[in-house]
Design a protein around this ligand. Structure first.
Ligand SMILES: Nc1ncnc2c1ncn2[C@@H]1O[C@H](COP(=O)(O)OS(=O)(=O)O)[C@@H](OP(=O)(O)O)[C@H]1O
Ligand SMILES: Nc1ncnc2c1ncn2[C@@H]1O[C@H](COP(=O)(O)OP(=O)(O)O)[C@@H](O)[C@H]1O
Length: 222
């Protein structure tokens, strides 16, 4: 077995401070969380567009996309890598799989933030402990305030009525197990940096603008 002390951190010459200075912004992770269909992807995507219009360097990590590669399910890995590998590293939606999904995204998000990028993530991330661990990782590799949790608080009834992918219908029919809000828990953030009320008349660009204002106020945009 590899001992932890045998893996040693290597300091790099180009540091975070110089990367951030060149980009004229602070590297942060803006973490959108909420039920499936609450608007995470839409609002994060709109915020990404608004930031790019202002010439900021960003990256958007979206749950649906990441589960095609970095956090692919076993069925996707098996043809290329075999069953043992697929079952060991492929991720589904049980609590431990979600924990590993969020751990991997947290590690990637922390790296991107240390490259100076305004990193936007859109994951259901239903467990408070998993999100809090990401906060610790991001802040440990940077500083307090580098993790900004955005709770997209759209009532379940509205998410279910939207059901853009037909997943709620399948979950109600028992065709999808562990479906957040139906047969699996969602632990709402207790003190998110930003609490976006969803399901009112506000458009995604208005919701994104609200997040942008907070980023400006916190001095993240330089
Ligand atoms: N069981 C179950 N529960 C919740 N969501 C499910 C499930 N099965 C598939 N999907 C689809 O996968 C998307 C959520 O993936 P995430 O990586 O964000 O989930 S998690 O953070 O690990 O909980 C989620 O995407 P969004 O609808 O964009 O939230 C769903 O489309
Ligand atoms: N502010 C909003 N007002 C009305 N509809 C919205 C709003 N935000 C998102 N939607 C719609 O809700 C649906 C789910 O949004 P999506 O961003 O895919 O959610 P999530 O990523 O949380 O699953 C989409 O059809 C989207 O167009």
């Amino acid at each position: 077995m590899t001992n932890e002390e045998d893996i040693v951190w290597h300091e790099t010459t180009v540091d975070r401070v110089s990367r951030e200075a060149r980009l004229g912004q602070r590297g942060v992770v803006v973490w959108f969380t909420g039920l499936s269909g609450c608007g995470k992807s839409t609002v994060a995507n709109e915020l990404d567009r608004q930031l790019n219009d202002l010439s900021h360097a960003t990256m958007l990590l979206d749950g649906d996309n990441i589960r095609h590669g970095l956090c692919a399910p076993p069925a996707k890995l098996e043809p290329e890598h075999g069953a043992e590998f697929a079952n060991r590293f492929g991720l589904g939606f049980g609590a431990i799989d979600r924990e590993e999904n969020i751990r991997r995204i947290g590690a990637v998000g922390a790296l991107m933030a240390s490259a100076g990028l305004i990193t936007l993530t859109a994951f259901v991330s239903p467990y408070r402990q998993d999100r809090d661990r990401v906060r610790q990782i991001v802040e440990a590799s940077g500083k307090a305030g580098d993790f900004i949790e955005v709770f997209v608080d759209t009532p379940l009834e509205i998410c279910e009525a939207r059901d853009p992918k037909g997943l709620y219908k399948k979950a109600r029919a028992g065709e999808i197990k562990h479906f957040t809000g139906i047969s699996d828990p969602y632990e709402a953030p207790e003190k998110p940096e930003i609490h976006l009320a969803g399901g009112d008349d506000r458009t995604p660009d208005q919701q994104a603008a609200e997040v942008l204002e907070v980023l400006k106020t916190r001095g993240i945009l330089g």
